[in-house]
Design a protein around this ligand. Sequence first.
Ligand code: SF4
Ligand code: SF4
Length: 372
Amino acid sequence: MTELTPDIGAYVSIDKEALESIFRGLKQEGYTLIGPTLGEGAIVYDEIDGMDDLPIGWTDRQEAATYRLHRRDDQAVFGYVVGPHSWKRFLFPPVQKLMTIRKQNGSFSVEPHVEEPPRYAFIGVRGCELQAIHIQDRVFLGGPYQDPDYKARRQLAFVLAVNCTEPGATCFCASMDTGPKAGPGFDLGLTELDDVFVIEVGSEMGRRIMSGVRWRPAGAFELQTMRERLTQAEKSMGRHMDISDLPALLYQNLEHPRWDQVAERCLSCANCTMVCPTCFCSDVQEVSDLLGETNERVRVWDSCFSLQFSHVHGGNIRPHVRSRYRQWMTHKLASWVDQFGTLGCVGCGRCITWCPVGIDITEEITAIRGEV
Ligand code: SF4
Ligand code: SF4
């Protein structure tokens, strides 16, 4: 074991307890750790202090409309897939104050909301989730108007990615080419083996953090085991989506009878958009105090499934559930490509698990293609 600094691109091995020294190093660099932890009957992302807060020995079992926590028969640290939270809640918070407007001497003053951006270290970012962050980068930073709050949070963020070796029943990242191995863009990329973590160093900051950790170059057997587990994971995805004819398939089927069938099941509850790591719609609301002296302008997450979202000067352009579901899926898998040059779905499976009636985006695509 050594405490020298590994090169960027190097694969090193650490004992599992040494993850604590990575956390310590991150805290010394001023990061707030955000990672997986047990809460609300699920594995959620929240502030953590150290390894004791991780869901060690727990896993999640998922199916359409079903999520359950279970004890594992081992002490795996990252032995689960993804839960209801995604990293977007820390880069693009669900409620964000924009400004305060105050009545003043017959006029008013406007105070923009300025706050020190948090310095987050995201622990346990899966391949699909890292790609979702890249997609939101295009949304918030790629056009002529950049979101300053997202930009500040994103620039400061540290990403400790975790490669998936046990995909869940609703996962299909292999179809979307977003996993199970995390693509570039992480600072450290971790693969959990039985006794050690193999870590790929992805950035200068990752290197710096590793300089305080006892590591050794990953052995040939460890690297081989890592590759085999990732290949196996790719073959054991719970779901699959054929994307070869997207977006044309959807554009050619805007009047397909399947939209009526899915609308009979869909509750338009917006759960799918809230849990989706790439959905980015928001509303701006005015919240005034009871005296009408002070008004806060806040940005809140919204959804294309909410009726008021598609209310445009005097009328609603998507008054029926059929048109709202069609808008959501066609945006994800077709018009997103025109808008941002990539699909808007990363195959994380959250919308399948957390849809209360079990509507499955992979099934819907198969049905539309099968019935053409
Ligand atoms: S559409 Fe569903 S599977 Fe695709 S990224 Fe969003 S939540 Fe995940
Ligand atoms: S598809 Fe499911 S989660 Fe999405 S709005 Fe409809 S019922 Fe809700």
